[in-house]
Ligand binder design. Structure first.
Ligand code: NAD
Length: 294
C-alpha cells in the first residue's frame, strides 16, 4: 500500500507556481490576485480560508480577505460579490461555504462572473466541464485528478465507484473520470444514500472516491484487493486528548481499508491540501485568461 501524499504534491505545485510568479514579475506581467469572502465565524471555514490565503502568500499571489458579519443581508452580500466582479485587479474569488441559513447560496453562486469563478461552482463552468469545454473545474475534483496524474495511476477502463453525489465533489468527479482522456476513460458508478447494497457496489471498484460526510463510513471489507481509495471526507470528531478538542477523520475507515489498497489518500494530508493547490492553479489560469480569454 502506498500513501497518496497530498502534502508533498501540493508543495510541488506551489513550488511550480512560485517559479511562474517569478517569471511573470521578471516580464512585468500581472501578479495573480485571489480574493475570498467569508461570512460569520464558522470555525472550519476560518481554517480553510486562512489556508487559502497562506498559500497565496507562499506562491507570491496577491490575496484579499473580505470578512462579513454573520447577519449580513442577501443584498449587501450580493453587493460585495458585484464589487469583486468589477474589480479589474481581482482575477478570481471564492465565497467560502457554508453560508448562514438566511442567505440564498445558489443566488450568491450565480452572482459570481464565470470568468472569476475559480471554485468552479457556477453552472456555466459546471456545464462547460460536463461538455468537455474549457472551464474552471471545481477545486476538489480537480485536486483528485492532479493526484491521479502525478502518481501516474492508470484510469483507462477502470471501474470507479463514487460515493456521494454532491454538486461540488461526487457529481463532478463522476463526470470528469468518465470523460475521454487521462485521467478519465473510467466506467463510473455514482452511488448515494438511496443506493441498494452500497458495500457490494464499492467492492466492484478499482477506484473508490468517498465524499459522504460521515466519519469512517467506508469499511475494509467493502474494498477490493489492490483498489485505489480517494478519501475526500473532512470530519471533526470530539477528542479530549487533543488541544483543539477534536481530531480530523475521513469518510474512510483508514485502519481497516488501507491494508487492502494499492494506493490511499490520508486524512489529513490528502485531498484537502490538493483542493487548495487546485484553487491556486485556477487563479493562475484566470489571471492568464486561459479559460475565457484576457
Ligand atoms: P454533501 O453533504 O453535500 O453530500 C454528501 C453525499 O453523500 C450526498 O450526495 C448523499 O447522498 C451521500 N450520502 C449521505 N449519506 C449516505 C449514505 N448513508 N450512503 C451513501 N451515500 C450517502 O457532502 P460534500 O460537500 O460532497 O462533502 C463530503 C465530504 O467531503 C465531507 O466530509 C466534507 O467535509 C468533505 N469535503 C472535503 C473537501 C476537501 O477539500 N477535501 C471539499 C469538499 C468537501
Amino acid at each position: 500500500m502506498q500513501l497518496l501524499d497530498g502534502k508533498l504534491l501540493s508543495e510541488q505545485i506551489k513550488t511550480e507556481l512560485a517559479a511562474e510568479v517569478e517569471q511573470i514579475k521578471a516580464q512585468g506581467g500581472k501578479i495573480p490576485h485571489l480574493a475570498a469572502i467569508i461570512v460569520g465565524e464558522n470555525a472550519a471555514s476560518q481554517v480553510y480560508v486562512a489556508s487559502k490565503i497562506r498559500s497565496c502568500e507562499q506562491v507570491g499571489f496577491k490575496s484579499s480577505l473580505i470578512r462579513c458579519e454573520a447577519d449580513i443581508t442577501q443584498e449587501d452580500l450580493m453587493d460585495v460579490v458585484q464589487k469583486l466582479n468589477h474589480d479589474p485587479d481581482v482575477d478570481g474569488f471564492i465565497v467560502q461555504l457554508p453560508l448562514p441559513k438566511h442567505i440564498d447560496e445558489e443566488a450568491v453562486t450565480l452572482g459570481i462572473l464565470p470568468r472569476k469563478d475559480v471554485d468552479g461552482f457556477h453552472p456555466v463552468n459546471f456545464g462547460r466541464m460536463a461538455q468537455g469545454l474549457p472551464a474552471f473545474l471545481p477545486a476538489t475534483p480537480m485536486g483528485i485528478l492532479e493526484i491521479l496524474r502525478r502518481y501516474k495511476i492508470e484510469t483507462s477502463g477502470k471501474h470507479c465507484v463514487v460515493v456521494g453525489r454532491s454538486n461540488i465533489v461526487g457529481t463532478p468527479i463522476s463526470i470528469l473520470l468518465s470523460r475521454k482522456g487521462y485521467p478519465g476513460d473510467c466506467t463510473v458508478t455514482l452511488t448515494h444514500s438511496r443506493t441498494k447494497d452500497l458495500p457490494g457496489e464499492v467492492r466492484r471498484a478499482d477506484i473508490v472516491v468517498a465524499a459522504i460526510g460521515i466519519p469512517e463510513f467506508v469499511k475494509g471489507d467493502w474494498v477490493k484487493e489492490g483498489a485505489v481509495v480517494i478519501d475526500v471526507g473532512i470530519n471533526r470528531i470530539p477528542d479530549e486528548s487533543k488541544k483543539s478538542g477534536f481530531r480530523i477523520a475521513g469518510d474512510v475507515d483508514f485502519e481497516s481499508v488501507a491494508p487492502h489498497c494499492s494506493y490511499i489518500t490520508p486524512v489529513p494530508g490528502g485531498v484537502g491540501l490538493m483542493t487548495v493547490a487546485a484553487l491556486m492553479l485556477n487563479t493562475l489560469k484566470a489571471c492568464k485568461g486561459e479559460i475565457y480569454g484576457a
